[in-house]
Design a protein around this ligand. Structure first.
Ligand code: FES
Length: 61
C-alpha cells in the first residue's frame, strides 16, 4: 500500500479495522461522546474484544 500522511482506514484479513494518521480523527461512542485514542489504533469488528471499541487481539482466539 502507498504510504500517505492522510488518515486511512484499513479492514484487515483478520477483521480488525486499523486507523492510521488519526491525529485529526474524532472517535465517538454511541452517544456522541469523544473516546480517547492514539494516532494509530485498531477497532474491533469481531465482537470478542474486552476493550471496546478497540481490538485487543481476542479475534485470534
Ligand atoms: S477484531 Fe480484534 S478483538 Fe475483535
Amino acid at each position: 500500500m502507498e504510504q500517505t500522511n492522510q488518515p486511512t482506514i484499513q479492514v484487515t484479513a483478520s477483521g480488525k479495522v486499523v486507523v492510521t494518521n488519526a491525529k485529526d480523527v474524532v472517535l465517538l461512542d454511541g452517544e456522541g461522546n469523544p473516546i480517547a485514542k492514539r494516532n494509530r489504533f485498531a477497532l474491533c469488528n469481531c465482537g470478542k474484544t474486552q476493550d471496546g471499541p478497540f481490538c485487543d487481539g481476542a479475534h485470534k482466539e
